[in-house]
Design a protein around this ligand. Structure first.
Ligand SMILES: [Cu+2]
Length: 472
């Protein structure tokens, strides 16, 4: 079915035309689907350049958190793992070897990959057994900040240190003085200052997952970003925690948000209070003052406003050589408004809740179903057509937090508790609060079986996962 503007019809009327059937006025959903045009590309545009990286997951002992020797699981012996940086159009080839005592996979969070590269065990690939290798290869369709982590026993494997950042640079990156990544994580350490060895405890499962007692940025508690006054920088934040939410506060600095979950905004917006849930990314455009009141500016987390956590410092040392460079913000993406989306009934509703049962004693459910390993071949909970507009409603019947993450597609948040919200950006993860209802709109462009799950990894491990299928 093709949509086109009708020449003989009043302005704005769209026609839906099919071969042999002629044309009729497009339905409201067809009109909304049309608005995806130009928002993000349907296909990758490979330049032919292949960038190859070798990644090995193995045990390591590293001076993390406070400089003590911390026994972790790491990609290439570092936490965060290696920063993979490629240009849009380049093909990423990762030769992955598993040296862990458990099977694992790599999931490329936020990247619209071919379904077979999505890293979901027994759905898109067999798990990579200890000693085995797997080659991940794809050409990202979107530039932005993405990350990678296991999708097997994630609540243990991510917590032990398995995560890394994938940056897909624009074809012509804006001339920021610096382009820096801050990976936020928290660690639950025991009295010997090692990773607390019990995972998926009843306490974590009954509450908002595993929250650590030490918060780090890039694995350290004393991260200081050294900059010069007057510089204009790009700072990319990623929340790699199992469960902790951050609301970063930059004090006297005035960051502009230019990208969320990888994709550029329609226009830059002030940071304000943004809830960075597990999985979320936030790209900030910051022009540093040339004559700062204080050289060291602390960045704190105010998610629980009454007890802010120190995250890191921005330390201004000397002045930049010249005035701040004036270049247009890269945040000028086409983002459909989809304001009419709320007048169309939801395609499907998902109730999120918990109950007693399952192998952990408590299980987290979506529409009464808890996902377990043997259900990987169960029919998908939702089937969508590629290119069609869909409105989904999520109803949190519990009192806990649930950052809802969709693989393989971006969505726009349309409403919270029925009240329209106008975020000028797409997401791949959105935080749901206690007893909250949200509505999202999306147009899937990539066929395959994609997971939808809570990114509080303990909730996901205890069942809060399901499969969507995109036909086409
Ligand atoms: Cu959850």
């Amino acid at each position: 079915m093709r949509l086109r503007t009708g020449l003989a019809l009043p302005f704005g009327v769209l026609l839906a035309c099919s071969p042999g059937l002629g044309c009729r006025p497009a339905s409201p959903a067809e009109r909304l689907a049309r608005e995806i045009a130009g928002a993000y590309p349907e296909r990758a545009a490979p330049t032919g350049v292949v960038r190859t990286f070798d990644i090995e997951a193995r045990e390591a002992e590293l001076p993390l958190v406070d400089g003590g020797k911390l026994r972790v699981w790491a990609y290439n012996g570092q936490v965060p793992g290696p920063e993979l940086r490629i240009r849009l159009g380049e093909t990423l080839r990762v030769r992955f070897t598993n040296r862990l005592p458990q099977p694992t996979t790599i999931h490329w969070h936020g990247v619209r990959v071919p379904n077979g590269m999505d890293g979901v065990p027994s759905v898109t690939q067999p798990p990579v057994e200890p000693g085995a290798t797997f080659v991940y290869e794809f050409t990202p369709k979107d530039a932005g900040t993405f990350w990678f982590h296991p999708h097997v026993r994630s609540s243990e494997q991510v917590e032990r240190g398995l995560y890394g950042v994938l940056i897909v640079e624009d074809r012509a990156p804006a001339p920021y003085a610096r382009d820096v990544v801050w990976v936020l994580d928290d660690w639950l350490l025991d009295e010997t200052r090692q990773i607390f060895g019990a995972f998926n405890t009843p306490h974590d499962l009954m509450h908002d997952g595993r929250w650590g007692n030490f918060v780090t940025v890039n694995g350290r508690r004393d991260t200081a970003l050294a900059v010069r006054g007057g510089e204009r920088i790009r700072l990319r934040l990623l929340n790699a925690s199992n469960a902790r939410i951050y609301a970063p506060d930059f004090g006297a600095l005035e960051p502009q948000v230019i990208a969320v979950d990888g994709l550029y905004l329609a226009r830059p917006i002030p940071l304000g209070r943004f809830e960075l849930a597990p999985g979320n990314r936030l790209d900030l455009d910051i022009t540093l003052p040339s004559a700062p009141a204080s050289r060291s500016i602390p960045v704190v987390d105010t998610f629980y406003g009454n007890m802010p956590n120190h995250l890191a410092d921005v330390v201004i040392d000397g002045a930049a050589a010249g005035p701040p460079p004036r270049f247009p913000s890269p945040a000028h993406a086409r983002v459909p408004s989809w304001s009419a989306g709320l007048s169309i009934p939801p395609t499907k509703e998902f109730h999120l809740d918990a109950r007693r049962g399952g192998s952990y004693g408590i299980e987290w459910t979506i529409n009464g179903q808890a996902f377990a390993g043997h259900e990987h071949h169960a029919p998908p909970m939702l089937t969508m057509d590629r290119g069609g507009w869909v409105r989904l409603r999520f109803i949190n019947d519990s009192y806990r937090l649930h950052p809802i993450h969709l693989h393989g597609m971006f969505f726009r948040l349309l409403a919270r508790n029925g009240a329209p919200v106008d975020e000028p950006f797409f997401r791949d993860t959105v935080l749901m609060h206690s007893k909250e209802t949200i509505d999202i709109g999306l147009v899937p462009l990539d066929a395959g079986k994609w997971m939808m799950h809570c990114h509080i990894l303990e909730h996901a491990e205890a069942g809060m996962m399901t499969l969507f299928e995109v036909r086409g």
